[in-house]
Each structure stands twice: as C-alpha cells, then as structure tokens.
Design a protein around this ligand. Structure first.
Ligand code: PMP
Length: 452
C-alpha cells in the first residue's frame, strides 16, 4: 500500500503511539497495514483515500442492521440528551433490556449486562466454578471465547490438556491453562470419555454452538444434546457462548434453533449493532449468585455496565430485529450468496465447500462435504482463501483476507451488493489461480499463523 499519502501518515502515527498501530488483534492485516477508516454507512465503509468498500467483514459481526443504522443512532442520541452514566441505581432501559432477553432467549431467567463478550464469558466461568466448587473447564477446538486467561489459547489448539498447547498470550499462569481441557468439536465419544475420567472436577463446558471463529462448523444433530446430557449427569454448568450466533441466527439464539437449553448464555456483537455491550444470562439460581453486595458470593461489577447510550442502542436494535423483516432479508441474501458461489465454483472447476448459516457465509477451498471439526479444515487451501480475498479488497469488496474468517450480510446489503460480490469473486479467484501460480491441487497449506 504505497503512495497513500495522508493515510500512510495516519497509520504511521498510529504505529508510533499505539503498539501494533491498532486497538485489537487482527485489525492490522498483511497488505492492509495502512488502512485508515473514515466513514461507514449501511453496507459500506470508506478509507481516507476516498475508496469505498462493500463490507462483508462487518467488524466480525455486530452491525446486523448495517453501519450507522438511523434508528439505532436516533435512540443513542435521545439517550445522550436525556440521561448519562450515574453509577448508582438502575435505569428503566436496563430493565427493559433484561426483560427482552428473558423474553427472547430460552435459557435466560435473569440477565446482567457487561461491556464486552469476553467479560460475559469470564463471568460465566467464574460463576460456574463458584457454584460447583470445581476447577476444570472444557472447551472445544475451533471456538474462541475472548481474551481472559481460562480460555486464552489458540483457537486451533489441539485436543488434550492445555498448558503445553499454544497459549494465545504470554503472562498466563500455567495452572490456569492446565485447568482448561480442549476437545474436538462434534466428538460425542470424546465428551463422554472426558466426563467419565474427570466429571467430578468439571465446573463448566463452554461452547460456541456453531464454531464461527473458524468460519462455520455446524453441530451434528445430537452433539449439543450430548453436552446437555453429560453436564446434567455430572452436575456441571453448560454455557452456550452465543456472542456470534445470538440474534444473528435467531432472536432466541442457536438454543432456540437446536432445542437444547444451556444453563448460562453469553451474548454480544449483534445485540447492539456495534455499540459495546455484552450480556450474561441463564438459570435464576446461578445468576442470583452474582450479588451487588460485597461477599457475593460471585462478584460482578463494571463502571460502564448498563451505560445508557449503549443500552439504548441494544433496545433499538432488538426492537428493529423484532419488528422488521431483518432475518428474512439477511437469510435471503445469505442463501442467494451460498447457492451462487457453489454454482460459480462448479462452473470454473475449483474444488470448494461453501457453507454457513443464515446471514453468514464462508468458502473453504477443498473437496468433500460440510466440515464438522477443525481437523476437516486442514484440507483448506489457505493460499487461495487469502489470495482471492486480497484481490476482492482491491476491487472494493471487503471480506477479511485472513484464513478461516467468516463473512456477514446485514439488513443494509442489497441484491446489487451481492451481484457485485459474485462478479468480483469470480474475477478474484480466477486471477489468484492465474497469477499466484496456484495449482489446482496439492498446494501447501498456510494454516500456521491462525490464532482465532
Ligand atoms: N465469544 C465469541 C464466540 C466471540 O466470537 C468473541 C469475539 N470474537 C467473544 C466471545 C469475545 O467478545 P469480545 O471481543 O466482545 O470481548
């Protein structure tokens, strides 16, 4: 990205005062280190050279209504004129939001608000340990649950006892990681065997019901039910991390789609269309362990929890999701994209598995059926996955050029946006095959650098 003038200097200034030049992992992308965003509206964002992108990355998922949705913006502006963070008591909007969560999400009898998804998963595991008096947490390969220590391992960390595997960060006590067991997703036998061996020590099982942090692994029909049965039998807490699936796939989350009700649910991303808010909810007896009074027994706090502007954003987002045909629209476009991409790859003779759900889509460049575990994704040709997306970006269509990342459709996307996506994808894939010297098969994978 040379010759970007102003943007280069902004990015350079960023790098001199901000470690890595960005405020979150995976925002600085190889080849796009100088990207400076200046505007965002609807299905598009713009950089400081004036170049416009149709945005299918969607900030990893929050703007389900599209960027800067006018109804959400109006609700935030109204809150800003009316009330502000006072740090005492409660506002009516916080109660309204908790009531909506109780109403919509099957597992939620009581709810609390956080500022991020990571805080929600942190508190879920803390209260599970508090309630059971046990140490161990089970997670699954391919799932990401945030940056805190218990779950801070590489999303592709192999099954086995953690500690020797890929912590995502230095500075974590080994005994914390050793208390996390990693199992392969969709492997019911592994779940049963682990509970036979360690059941009395397992405080919680935490799972993305659809692991979207490696694109999309759909659960087999009985896998989530097996988790429910094993946790019930052994007295462990089942946590569905619905930070991605919640509201995007169904107003009641994947738990409503699957009919499997966890004990606790964590939410974030699409709940407020991009404003910083998360939530934890679930069984009243577990949630009641969080007391605002010292001595708890489980401590829960946060200066910004329930901040009026972000709560207003969440209430407005959920109201719009309930009252307008948002899911009909985004599922329609998502379905159209998946079908058209399958046709495209068949036509140009490129082995590809196009998968996803509803508004989420991803193409793995490999043969075979729908992947069910991370192991299945080892066949994905990373060079083509990243290569065509880099070329898409040049054409003004933004899918994140990092391996295994999913893409999202919002209420603001149109059929014209999808036409452009399909046209640009055809050109980008053909060009990648031609100019990167990528052979039709047998090209070395480049999976090594994936962290989540
Ligand atoms: N859980 C899941 C499933 C996620 O995808 C993420 C974020 N990618 C988190 C938790 C953490 O959320 P946050 O980044 O808001 O802390």
């Amino acid at each position: 990205c040379s010759g970007r003038g102003v943007s280069e200097s902004t990015a350079a200034r960023a790098r001199s005062v901000m470690p890595g030049g960005v405020n979150s992992g995976q925002r600085s992308i190889p080849g796009l280190e100088d990207l400076v965003i200046t505007r965002a509206r609807g299905s598009r964002f713009q950089d400081d050279t004036g170049k416009e992108y149709i945005d299918f990355h969607a900030a990893f998922g929050p703007p389900i209504l599209g960027h800067n949705d006018p109804d959400v913006a109006a609700a935030v502006a109204h809150a800003a004129r009316t009330v502000d963070l006072c740090g005492v008591g409660v506002t009516d909007a916080e109660v309204q939001l908790a009531e909506v969560l109780v109403d919509l999400v099957p597992s939620i009898e009581k709810a609390l608000l956080t500022s991020t998804g990571s805080e929600a998963t942190f508190h879920a595991l803390r209260v599970a340990r508090a309630a059971t008096g046990r140490r161990l947490v089970v997670k699954f390969q391919g799932c990401y649950h945030g940056w805190h220590d218990s779950v801070s391992l590489n999303v592709i960390s192999a099954p086995g006892r953690v500690g020797r595997h890929d912590p995502i960060s230095a500075g974590i006590l080994p005994e914390v990681l050793e208390a996390t067991l990693v199992l392969p997703f969709n492997d019911e036998d592994a779940v049963r065997r682990t509970f036979e061996a360690h059941g009395r020590d397992i405080a919680a099982v935490i799972v993305e019901p659809v692991p979207h942090n490696v694109g999309c692994l759909l659960p087999t029909p009985s896998f989530l039910q097996t988790l429910r049965e094993a946790t019930q039998k052994h007295g462990s807490v089942l946590v569905f991390d619905e930070v991605i699936t919640g509201f995007r796939h169904d107003l009641g989350g994947w738990q409503r789609i699957s009919g499997v009700t966890p004990d606790l649910t964590t939410l974030g991303k699409a709940i407020a269309n991009g404003y910083p808010i998360g939530a934890i909810g679930g069984r009243a007896d577990l949630m009641d362990m969080f007391s605002s009074r010292p001595g708890g027994p489980a401590f829960f706090a946060g200066t910004y929890n329930g901040a009026p502007a972000v709560v207003a954003a969440a209430v407005a987002t959920l109201t719009k999701l309930r009252n307008e045909p948002v899911h009909e629209h985004i599922f329609g476009l998502g379905g159209r994209i998946r079908t058209a991409l399958r046709d495209l790859y068949a036509e140009i003779g490129v082995p590809a598995v196009v998968t996803g759900y509803g508004s989420i889509f991803v193409t793995y460049f490999m043969s075979g059926g729908v992947p069910r575990s991370y192991e299945d994704l080892l066949a994905n040709r990373g060079d083509l996955f990243v290569g065509y997306r880099r070329r898409l970006v040049k054409r003004g269509v933004f899918e994140l050029p990092l391996e295994l990342k999913r893409s999202h459709v919002s209420y603001a996307h149109t059929d014209d946006d999808v036409d452009r996506l399909l046209e640009a994808t055809r050109e980008a894939v053909l060009e990648t095959l031609q100019f990167d010297g990528v052979e039709e098969a047998g090209v070395a994978r480049t999976m090594g650098g994936v962290t989540r």
